[in-house]
Design a protein. Structure first.
Length: 255
């Protein structure tokens, strides 16, 4: 329910909010009351945060809560994945901290409302607890020298180009060949069935390369952000950079 909400309006003053235990703060009509102090990591833009919450209307009607489900809600702070009242109200919280957020309609669902449970122009009250905050995994770029080192560490190295490209330039010795995209730019229909059996788990050490790094940038980011793989890297500059630095390729042998 919270994932379909407006984009972020950055409001950096809330980095200081958790220092003021028990005080109500008013900013753009968003009221924040710190009801219990926290001592853990501070939630900052770009972090993946985990929050337990209970949301009510002003008349006390509960419209949603993570507490009975016993599973906190997760999102990336600052990505516009939640309503603006959450973006502003959770920024600066410490793990373990609890807050009461009184969010005006303008920072919630506005004139649209949300389904049958939240009428148009509704102010919302959230009791929130920050139970986790971490820097999420991200796609990292490597140099040709680092790829050589990764090869000695038995990384899963995959050339995601097409067959005609492998025949033209050769491939990096030790790389698997799995085409990721068609000429039209769509995901290749056989990519999933060839790629995923090679992945032993979310922490698998994976290194991708293509011609110049553009395709692996898109694919690698999707593997991290959407599928939860935590150790994905790609060759910056791709096979073009590899060869320009004098590194050799081997002839592609068709299966």
């Amino acid at each position: 329910m919270l994932r379909t909400m407006p984009r972020l309006i950055t409001f950096s003053i809330f980095m200081l909010v958790s220092l003021i235990f028990g005080k109500t703060i008013n900013a753009s009509e968003l009221d924040i009351t710190i009801t219990s102090a926290g001592t853990g990591m501070v939630a900052e833009v770009g972090m993946r945060v985990k929050v337990h919450y209970t949301g009510t209307l002003l008349d006390g009607t509960i419209f949603d809560s993570s507490v009975p489900r016993k599973k906190p809600f997760e999102f990336i702070l600052g990505k516009g994945q939640v309503i603006q009242g959450w973006e502003k109200g959770i920024l600066g919280m410490k793990v373990g901290e609890k807050r009461k957020l009184v969010i005006p309609p303008e920072l919630a669902y506005g004139e649209r409302g949300s389904g049958a449970s939240i009428p148009p122009n509704s102010a919302l009250i959230f009791e929130v607890e920050l139970v986790g905050a971490e820097i999420p995994p991200q796609l990292n770029g490597v140099s040709p020298e680092q790829l050589v080192q990764a090869r000695t560490n038995n990384s899963l190295i995959i050339d995601i180009r097409r067959k005609e490209e492998w025949l033209q330039t050769g491939i990096i010795d030790g790389a698997r060949t799995i085409t990721a995209f068609t000429k039209e730019g769509d995901l290749h229909p056989q990519f999933r069935e060839k790629f995923f059996p090679l992945v032993e788990g979310p922490e698998q050490d994976i290194l991708l390369y293509c011609r110049t790094g553009n395709r692996t940038g898109m694919l690698g980011s999707a593997l991290v952000d959407q599928l939860g793989l935590t150790d994905v890297k790609h060759l910056i500059g791709g096979i073009v950079e590899w060869k320009s630095q004098g590194f050799k390729t081997v002839e592609y042998q068709s299966p």
